[in-house]
Design a protein around this ligand. Structure first.
Ligand code: SF4
Ligand code: SF4
Length: 405
């Protein structure tokens, strides 16, 4: 409590973070702002404010997008403070069915594999349409997770079963690939594309089967014990090798790996786009694409990893492509790990702000590119709900589709 109070003391209450906070922008309530939340946590840590549902809800409503942290002049470690607070008040009270199911899938490899098989069947038959027609997901209270499942089956027919993929050009080095539990479940095309591009760039790719969830979901919901356990499993999988880099294909996971206490992993973790663009890509050529794409930068890539230029520079390699960016006054998309399951109204409203801007000029682009699977699933689901045709994919997926060899 004393440590937590000390960290909150760093806030000088200047308010510079306020215009960058999505929940403050939506509510205009100081308790829903970074400065307000810090004051609440400080009062609780100093025993001036009792723990209550109301206090917890103000902190729970935070997306942990860390936009506030990025602009803070006194470098208040906002994300760390919220994680510590949630851990201190963490109780094993049952979470929603959607979140419980998600945690089972991300924590247990066998359940994840079973879910992958089930998902393929669900998408490749009339099952999904029938289930939606009869509102089965709502009746089973699984609608918040079911809405994330696309009705296209093509992103999951890639087989990623090996733990080693050799370079197909002159070997420049070895890298470890952290694919993330949600990517394995929902977007195997991105994993396949990343391996293909890295192999062509001259890198042997190690994809350890023993890797597990990065732990972000647990850490941000207050369960530091489980997060530390998962971190330990990933250390076993990645830390004892002399690999050039650990490549992340989901910035939500990448930012978590960079926050690991073990510096062997933290310092070597890099976003796939940033890594590829650093390699100059001389061994690759791409077929032109006469389409417009909109580039979405996830908060975790921008505010935590601070590697947002990589994706833009990578996509620019495709001849003729027209790239638009999302304006800086659009905040977080609302996915934020499990936030979209627990705060659906705020999550939908934030996604709508983003989508409204994408379609504002009457010329909806063909693709929205984003480097985080959580953002991709949420934006894509919201587009389907609004009957907007927009394919949401990872930048490396588009690049791999345009490879000429
Ligand atoms: S910008 Fe930093 S110091 Fe200023 S109010 Fe926000 S958290 Fe506090
Ligand atoms: S992390 Fe994001 S949502 Fe939370 S207080 Fe900071 S800016 Fe607001």
């Amino acid at each position: 409590m004393h440590e937590l109070a000390k960290k909150t003391d760093l806030c000088v209450q200047c308010g510079l973070c306020l215009p960058h906070c999505p929940t403050y922008a939506k509510t205009q309530n100081e308790n829903e702002s970074p400065r307000g939340r810090l004051a609440l946590i400080q009062a609780w840590a100093n025993k001036d404010l009792p723990n209550s549902e109301k206090l917890q809800s103000h902190i729970d409503n935070c997306l942990l997008c860390r936009s506030c942290e990025k602009v803070c002049p006194t470098q208040v470690p906002y994300g760390e403070i919220v994680d510590d607070f949630r851990n201190a008040i963490y109780s094993k009270k049952p979470s929603s069915l959607n979140l419980t199911l998600l945690k089972q899938i991300v924590h247990h490899k066998k359940i994840n594999h079973a879910a992958q098989a089930l998902l393929k069947r669900y998408q490749s038959s009339v099952l999904q349409n029938t289930a939606r027609l009869f509102k089965l997901p709502q009746l089973l209270k699984l609608d918040k997770i079911e809405r994330l499942i696309s009705n296209k089956k093509n992103s999951n027919h890639y087989l990623i079963a090996q733990d080693f993929y050799p370079a197909v050009a002159e070997v420049k080095g070895d890298v470890g690939l952290f694919s993330g539990c949600m990517g394995a479940l929902f977007d195997q095309e991105t994993i396949h594309s990343a391996i293909r591009l890295l192999n062509i760039a001259g890198f042997n790719v190690h994809h350890p089967n023993s890797q597990t969830c990065c732990g972000a979901l647990d850490l941000h919901s207050g369960d530091k014990k489980t997060a530390t356990h998962l971190e330990h499993i990933n250390l076993q999988a990645f830390a004892n090798h002399d690999w050039t880099a650990i490549i992340s294909i989901a910035s939500g996971c990448g930012s978590q790996l960079q926050d690991y206490k073990n510096k062997k992993i933290a310092n070597k973790t890099i976003d796939i786009s940033q890594f590829l663009i650093n390699q100059k890509l001389a061994s690759m050529s791409f077929t032109p694409l006469d389409s417009s794409v909109i580039l979405h930068t996830p908060c975790s890539l921008k505010n935590s990893m601070q590697q947002e230029q990589g994706a833009l520079n990578l996509v620019k390699q495709i001849p003729d492509i027209k790239i638009k960016s999302i304006s800086s006054n659009i905040h977080c998309c609302g996915s934020a790990g499990s936030y979209m399951l627990q705060h659906p109204k705020m999550a939908e409203s934030l996604a709508d702000d983003l989508i409204n801007q994408v379609i504002a000029d009457n010329e909806t682009p063909e693709y929205l590119l984003t480097s985080n699977i959580g953002c991709a699933l949420h934006i894509s689901a919201r587009c389907r709900e609004r009957h907007i045709e927009l394919e949401v994919i990872h930048p490396v997926t588009l690049l791999a589709r345009q490879l000429t060899k």
